[in-house]
Design a protein around this ligand. Structure first.
Ligand SMILES: [Fe+2]
Ligand SMILES: [Fe+2]
Length: 397
C-alpha cells in the first residue's frame, strides 16, 4: 500500500525532529522516511522523490546548508532558520523554488509545498487517509455489533465477526499507529466497545515496544480485544451509571471477569489462555485484586501487561461518570501503583507507549492551517546572529 511512487525524504538535524516530521506526514497518508546524511551529500534520491531539508544547520558556529545533489532541484523543499538573503539567493539560483525561513517546521507547511509541487501526490495521500477512515468504520461498527450480539446471546457469530475487525486493526496499526486511533475514538459512543479497542491498541503498541514476536503479539492482542467481553452480561444501568457504584452494584460489576471467562471458554478458538486473561486482568501483585486475590507468583507477564494497558486506557477515556485524564496524569497514577499492585519494570517500559500516545494527541489537537506563500528575506545583509531581523514566516499556533 502507499502512494505508489514518490517518497518524501526528510533531512533534519536531529533524529527526533526527523521522526516528528516523518510521523506527521505518514499520519496524513504520505510515504515518508528519514534520509540519512551520507558524507557531504544529501538528496541523491529517485527521480520522483522529494527531499525536505529542515533545520538550522550549523558548522563550527557558522550556519551552512548541506550540499544538495538532487537531480530535480524543483523537488527540494528547504526550511532554514535565520536564513540570510545571500543564502536564499544561492538556493534560488541553484533552482530551488520552495524555500522558507523557519526553524521548527509544522507538518502543514510541508504539505503546502507538496500541494504546489505535486498535487497528484497530495491527492493520493488523501485517498490513503480515506482508506484508513473506512477501516476505522469497520472497527467502530464491528465492535458495536459485537457487544450487541453478545448481549443477545449470539456468542458464536459475535466471535466470528471479530476476524474482520482484527484485520482492519492490524492494517490500521501498520499504516500509522496512534494518530489514526485517536481519530477513530473521537466519534465513538459505546463505552465498552471503545474501551476494548483502545486497550487493544495500547497492548499492540506495548508488545511492539517490548519486542514481542508475531505469535506472542497475536495472543496478547486477542486477550486485549476480549478482556471485557463479560461486560456484555452486566446490566446497562450499572455500566452507564453516571455516578459512583454502590457496593452491590460494584459486586455485580466485578462479575464481568467471570462472565468473560465463561463466554470465552465456550468457543474453542478462544479457550484457555485468552479466557484466563479475561478472568485475571483485575488481579494485582499484592493480592488486592479480583476475582481470586491472586498474588505476584500467580500472575504471569501477559496478564501484567494487559492490566497496565487496561488501567491506562480507563484513565484516559471519557466516561459518563468522569472526564478523561491527561496522559501524564494517567501515567503518574500507574507509577504510584508500581511495585505494589503493578509490575514496576513493565510500568517503566510503558512510558514509551505513553509518549507515543501523547505526541499523537498533541498532533491531532494542533490546528490545521496553511502557511503564507514564500517570499525572500527583506534585509540585505543581516548577520546570522541578527536577532532583530524580521522572520520570513511568522506562524501563530
Ligand atoms: Fe475489566
Ligand atoms: Fe477493561
Amino acid at each position: 500500500m502507499g502512494n505508489g511512487n514518490a517518497t518524501v525524504h526528510i533531512v533534519a538535524e536531529s533524529e527526533e525532529e526527523s521522526c516528528r516530521l516523518v510521523d506527521g506526514l505518514r499520519s496524513l497518508g504520505f510515504e515518508a522516511d528519514a534520509a540519512i546524511k551520507a558524507g557531504n551529500c544529501i538528496g541523491c534520491k529517485q527521480r520522483n522523490d522529494i527531499v525536505v531539508v529542515a533545520g538550522r544547520f550549523y558548522e563550527q558556529g557558522r550556519q551552512r546548508l548541506p550540499p544538495l545533489c538532487h537531480a530535480n532541484r524543483d523537488r527540494i523543499i528547504v526550511f532554514l532558520a535565520d536564513m540570510r538573503s545571500e543564502e536564499f539567493g544561492a538556493l534560488y539560483q541553484a533552482g530551488v523554488r520552495h524555500i522558507e525561513t523557519i526553524g521548527k517546521v509544522p507538518t502543514d507547511n510541508i504539505v503546502y509545498h507538496l500541494s504546489q509541487m505535486d498535487p497528484e501526490m497530495v491527492y493520493r495521500a488523501s485517498k490513503q487517509r480515506a482508506l484508513r477512515a473506512d477501516k476505522s468504520l469497520v472497527i467502530e461498527q464491528g465492535a458495536l455489533s459485537f457487544f450487541k450480539k453478545l448481549r443477545d446471546g449470539a456468542v458464536d457469530t459475535a466471535i466470528e465477526e471479530t476476524e474482520q475487525q482484527r484485520r482492519a486493526i492490524e492494517d490500521l496499526v501498520a499504516m500509522s499507529p496512534m494518530s489514526v486511533w485517536l481519530d477513530l475514538f473521537q466519534n465513538y459512543h459505546d463505552g465498552t466497545a471503545q474501551h476494548c479497542s483502545l486497550v487493544t491498541s495500547f497492548t499492540l503498541m506495548f508488545a511492539k515496544a517490548l519486542g514481542f514476536g508475531e505469535r506472542e503479539t497475536g495472543r496478547i492482542y486477542d486477550a486485549a480485544f476480549f478482556h471485557d467481553v463479560g461486560k456484555a452480561m452486566i446490566p446497562l444501568e450499572i455500566l452507564d451509571k453516571p455516578g459512583r457504584l454502590d457496593s452491590h452494584e460494584w459486586d455485580v460489576m466485578k462479575q464481568h471477569v467471570l462472565f468473560g471467562h465463561d463466554i470465552l471458554m465456550r468457543d474453542e478458538r478462544t479457550a484457555g489462555e485468552i479466557a484466563r486473561l479475561a478472568r485475571d486482568h483485575h488481579e494485582y501483585l499484592d493480592g488486592t485484586g479480583y476475582p481470586n486475590g491472586a498474588t505476584a507468583a500467580g500472575i504471569d507477564d501477559p496478564t501484567r501487561i494487559l492490566t497496565i494497558c487496561d488501567i491506562f486506557a480507563a484513565l484516559v477515556e471519557k466516561r459518563s461518570y468522569k472526564s478523561p485524564k491527561k496522559p501524564e496524569e494517567a501515567y503518574a497514577i500507574l507509577k504510584s501503583m508500581a511495585g505494589t499492585k503493578l509490575d514496576p519494570d513493565l510500568v517503566s517500559l510503558f512510558e514509551r507507549v505513553v509518549d507515543d500516545y501523547d505526541a499523537a494527541g498533541r498532533r491531532a489537537r494542533a490546528g490545521k492551517s496553511f502557511p503564507p506563500p514564500m517570499r525572500p528575506p527583506s534585509d540585505a545583509a543581516g548577520s546570522p546572529d541578527d536577532a532583530t531581523r524580521p522572520a520570513m514566516h511568522r506562524r501563530t499556533a
